[in-house]
Design a binder for this molecule. Structure first.
Ligand code: FAD
Length: 147
C-alpha cells in the first residue's frame, strides 16, 4: 500500500492564552487554533520525514510566529509541544475494506488529516462489512484494490 506519513506539529498553551472561544482555521497559512479543555492548541504543518527522524520543533516555532501575527495580544509562553504521524495515502482517501488476500482481513487505515473526523463513519462501514450488511455508503472509493 502506498502509505506514508505526513508528520504534523502542535503546541498546547495554557487555557485562555489566546482569547478564542471556538476553533479558527487560518486558511492559506497552514494552521488552526482550537481552544480545548486541555488548553489553547495551535496545530498544523506537514513534514515528510518518515517514522524515524527526530521531531523538528522549529516547526512549532514557525506556527507560533504565524499565530502571533494574527493574535498580537496572545500569550505564547508555557506550551507543550507535540509531533504526530498522519497516516497518508497519495489520493487522500483512506483504505477501508477487505484485503485482496483474505476476506477475513479488513483494512481501516490511511485517514491522513481526517482520522478523528472520519473515525465514526469508518466504524460504521467496517461494522457493516463484518456483519455482511449493506454499508452506509459505497466503500468502492476506499477499496484496497484501487492500487
Ligand atoms: C498535528 C496533527 C493534527 C491533526 N488534526 C486533525 C484534525 O483536526 N481532525 C482530524 O480528523 N484528524 C486530525 N489529524 C489526523 C488524525 O490524528 C489521524 O488521521 C488519526 O489519528 C489516524 O488514526 P489511526 O487510528 O488510523 O492511527 P493512529 O491514531 O496513529 O493510531 C495507531 C495506533 O496503533 C498503535 N500501534 C502501532 N503499532 C502497533 C503494533 N505493532 N501493535 C499494536 N498497536 C500498534 C499505535 O500506538 C497507535 O495507538 C491530525 C494529525 C496530526 C498529526
Amino acid at each position: 500500500m502506498p502509505l506514508d506519513t505526513e508528520r504534523g506539529y502542535n503546541v498546547t498553551l495554557p487555557s485562555g492564552s489566546l482569547g478564542l472561544t471556538r476553533p479558527v482555521l487560518f486558511e492559506g497559512h497552514g494552521f488552526v487554533i482550537s481552544p480545548l479543555d486541555t488548553g489553547d492548541r495551535v496545530g498544523g504543518a506537514v513534514e515528510f520525514a518518515g517514522l524515524k527522524a527526530a521531531p523538528n520543533y522549529a516547526r512549532v516555532d514557525a506556527l507560533i510566529a504565524r499565530a502571533r501575527r494574527f493574535l498580537p495580544e496572545g500569550r505564547f509562553e508555557g506550551g507543550t509541544r507535540w509531533m504526530g504521524f498522519r497516516p497518508s495515502i497519495p489520493d487522500s482517501l483512506p483504505v477501508i475494506g477487505p484485503s485482496r488476500r483474505s476476506p477475513r482481513v479488513l483494512h481501516a487505515f490511511g485517514h491522513g488529516h481526517y482520522g478523528l473526523t472520519q473515525a465514526a463513519i469508518t466504524a460504521d462501514i467496517v461494522t457493516a462489512q463484518v456483519m455482511g450488511l449493506p454499508t452506509p455508503l459505497s466503500p468502492a472509493p476506499f477499496s484496497a484494490q484501487r492500487f
